[in-house]
Ligand binder design. Structure first.
Ligand SMILES: *[C@@H]1O[C@H](CO)[C@@H](O)[C@H](O)[C@H]1NC(C)=O
Ligand SMILES: *[C@@H]1O[C@H](CO)[C@@H](O)[C@H](O)[C@H]1NC(C)=O
Length: 290
């Protein structure tokens, strides 16, 4: 029961509050926020009475305005909060429209002069979902494994086998986006496919056992057939008395000759009974048969 509740909490946690942190104190910071999640932006170390602060979206839309450590304006009030003491701006329920370039401006309260200007790019990504792993054996005993996450923006795929990245001795090929790989024949172990983007990660694992490819099976079958054939040959040569074999062979050849003559006789009789109009054709066929 506890495990079920725990799992439920985990699922709820994963699907709801993906929280990312971004330090925006450097000009040109690149931040990522999860769609439907929360982002905590560090805009400054701490707010000071001496300055006024302005946070603007796409050069024009004033989102946040702070004067004498008091939030004068917050356009995202319903889903955000600014904490002057540690300079963090926390925005929840992130949507695609939050994807933009923001500018942070600092003004001297006394002179009104701008003392600092920084840009911050915020990119929104949908979190990746748990991937599905599927494997199949190929004809030469290679294993083709594909991994796919249904949801998520810009997913990146990576693989490990028994906890280690795949080596050239194990990996035969991988497709362009690394979603599908082919393992060399004989490779086995616990295979993990991890998928992640800037706001989330998920993984799936599968026990890979050696594949007996149909090519290998065919080759084994062919070898067995050859061995059996040779065995039969050896047994016949060694066990059957040579003189008797020859005599028997002679007998059967004689039998065949007798049979052939009988067939010719029967054929001749049959054709003689045929219709007169067909005589010319029959005779030519007969000549050929002889
Ligand atoms: C800043 O303060 C808020 C409110 O006390 C707190 O929730 C948050 O964790 C703090 N963030 C940092 C980065 O210290
Ligand atoms: C989140 O935002 C959407 C619109 O973008 C809105 O419909 C929804 O009610 C919001 N949810 C919360 C919990 O604020």
């Amino acid at each position: 029961m506890e495990a079920v509740v725990g799992l439920l909490m985990l699922l709820l946690g994963v699907s709801h509050a993906v929280e990312t942190f971004c330090d925006g104190r450097q000009d040109g910071a690149q931040c990522y926020a999860a769609l439907g999640g929360t982002v905590v932006l560090q805009l400054m170390t701490s707010a000071s009475h001496r300055f006024r602060y302005q946070w603007v979206k796409s050069e024009t839309l004033e989102i946040l305005y702070l004067k004498k450590n008091v939030v004068v304006e917050n356009k995202l009030e319903s889903r955000s909060s600014f904490t002057p003491s540690n300079g963090t701006f926390r925005i929840s329920n992130i949507s695609r429209t939050d994807d933009a370039e923001y500018t942070f401006k600092v003004f001297d309260s006394d002179s009104g002069m701008q003392t600092e200007k920084r840009k911050l790019k915020m990119s929104i990504q949908a979190p990746v979902s748990s991937p599905l792993l599927a494997s199949e054996c190929l004809s030469q005993g290679e294993v083709r494994v594909s991994c796919s996450s249904e949801e998520g923006d810009s997913p990146q795929y990576s693989w490990t086998l028994d906890g280690h990245t795949l080596m050239d001795s194990q990996l035969l090929s991988a497709n362009e986006d690394n979603k599908e790989i082919t393992l060399k024949p004989g490779v086995s172990g616990q295979l993990v496919c991890s998928v992640n983007n800037h706001v989330s990660s998920a993984a799936a694992n599968k026990m890979i056992s050696q594949c007996a490819g149909t090519g290998i099976i065919l080759r084994i079958a062919a070898s067995l057939a050859v061995m059996l054939f040779l065995l039969v040959l050896v047994v016949r040569v060694h066990c059957a008395p040579t003189t008797k074999t020859n005599k028997k062979g002679q007998d059967s050849e004689d039998d065949q000759d007798v049979n052939y003559i009988n067939i010719r006789m029967a054929d001749l009789q049959g054709r003689q009974r045929a219709h007169v109009g067909d005589e010319e054709i029959n005779s030519s066929v007969f000549t050929e048969a002889v």
